[in-house]
Design a binder for this molecule. Structure first.
Ligand code: GAL
Length: 422
């Protein structure tokens, strides 16, 4: 009798444990589900970073299918157009990659396309680990709207150390030193600076504006306190024009990876690109300091021109619970420490495991902590989409005609029509 009772107790506990385990494996809501995550990370170090975070997601959420709907094209030039169409048709992915700053606040929040996530920040304790500088850039009216996964640096110049040594050139630290170095390289028959398609020209442009204007006046461009029509801006645009004269003639047909590759192939001495180039070089099996060098863009030392990739929760997400499960991974230490060492970025969280990051990324961590931080134009921090797109149109014309006066007039007009000079 006693034996039978203990047997039925055993069976009961096995049943209970199984029910409990099954429940624990089910996604919230109880049904098998899927999450669609949208980005533009399809290759060149970027996909590898995303894959590493997806692995963490799958380990933690074995019953949620991950649907990776990334659309190729650096800086999201194609992906963001596809996303805009989907949003206008009310067919959002569950979650997408958006940049902290005006891209998020002035576009998706303004259009009421994403949900506030304060409850998730409370549940996960993220306010204790996310940088205080970042929170205002992802917030509006007390609501926090995204989960930052990283910090990228935009103002980096990558170099081929062998070419520099062969030509007796050391890393330039000012625009004048850089121009002198590029004159010498050009005379020696070397392409001084590699560049790719138009968004990489905008990327170069923002770093030269920072170099020429300095951080205070650069910041003033975006809040209306620096006059776009001033002689300081004219001088910066002239420096940009001169810089373009050192670039490869086939730039418009090259992706950012193509342009980065020219440096490590020995076909160009310098390239200006965000530190996703570090992720790309790593994927190629190259070693920092040996196969390539890096430094702040000349004249921008002490400044960290940043951007942050973050993930959002769509209003009307097809599977909201699965989207929240993804966001929890994106904001977690495990997720960020899997993603960033491969992506070429540093974790947004302050408690990343430093030993997982290579010598370049450790230097970026030091600079992020000690430099003056300013925002990127090309990657969504300082201007909303409408303003950025006007600047892009003006830049496109300028790349054709190199008319500084017309370019400056168009930039003044853009600030007046869609920027803070209205
Ligand atoms: C940026 C993005 C980076 C990187 C880069 C090149 O806009 O923030 O993560 O993907 O584009 O595609």
């Amino acid at each position: 009798m006693k034996r039978r009772k203990s047997l039925s107790l055993q069976i009961l506990s096995i049943v209970l444990v199984s029910v409990f385990l099954l429940a624990a494996c089910q996604p919230a809501g109880g049904e098998a589900s899927e999450v669609e995550v949208f980005s533009w990370w399809t290759g060149g170090g970027e996909a590898a970073g995303l894959d590493a975070m997806i692995e963490v997601f799958k380990e933690k959420n074995p019953n949620i299918e991950f649907v990776n709907s990334a659309v190729a094209g650096g800086a999201g030039t194609n992906a963001r157009a596809v996303l805009a169409t989907r949003l206008s048709q009310n067919e959002p992915p569950d979650s997408w990659q958006g940049h902290a700053g005006q891209e998020l606040i002035g576009t998706y929040v303004k259009d009421e396309k994403i949900e506030p996530l304060n409850f998730l920040y409370d549940e996960e304790g993220w306010l204790d680990v996310m940088p205080a500088t970042l929170i205002p850039l992802i917030s509006d009216g007390g609501n926090i709207y995204s989960v930052p996964v990283n910090i990228h640096r935009a103002n980096v110049i990558w170099s081929n150390s062998q070419i520099l040594a062969d030509n007796g050139i050391s890393i330039p630290t000012s625009m004048d030193e850089w121009f002198a170095a590029m004159d010498a390289l050009q005379a020696a028959g070397v392409t001084p600076l590699s560049m790719g398609e138009q968004w990489t020209a905008m990327h170069l442009f923002e770093t030269i504006m920072l170099s020429s204007l300095g951080p205070d006046k650069y910041n003033g461009l975006w809040d209306g306190s620096t006059d776009w029509g001033s002689s300081d801006v004219t001088a910066a645009l002239e420096a940009f024009t001169k810089t373009l004269s050192y670039t490869n003639s086939d730039a418009s047909s090259l992706s950012w990876q193509d342009a980065s590759q020219l440096v490590v192939d020995g076909s160009a001495a310098f390239n200006v690109m965000g530190d996703w180039a570090q992720g790309f070089y790593q994927e190629l099996g190259l070693e920092p300091n040996t196969d390539y060098g890096w430094a702040p863009v000349p004249g921008t030392g002490g400044n960290f021109q940043f951007l942050s990739d973050s993930f959002v929760l769509a209003v009307g997400a097809p599977d909201r619970d699965a989207a929240l499960a993804w966001l929890k991974v994106a904001g977690s230490k495990d997720g960020q420490d899997a993603f960033n060492p491969v992506k070429g970025s540093i974790p947004a969280r302050s408690d990343g495991d430093v030993s997982l990051y290579n010598v370049y990324l450790q230097s970026a961590m030091d600079d992020w902590a000690s430099n003056t931080v300013v925002g990127s134009l090309t990657h969504g921090v300082v201007a909303n989409d409408s303003w950025k797109s006007e600047i892009d149109t003006a830049l496109g014309l300028f790349l054709q005609d190199q008319d500084v006066g017309a370019f400056q007039a168009a930039l003044v007009a853009a600030c007046a029509s869609t920027g803070p000079c209205q």
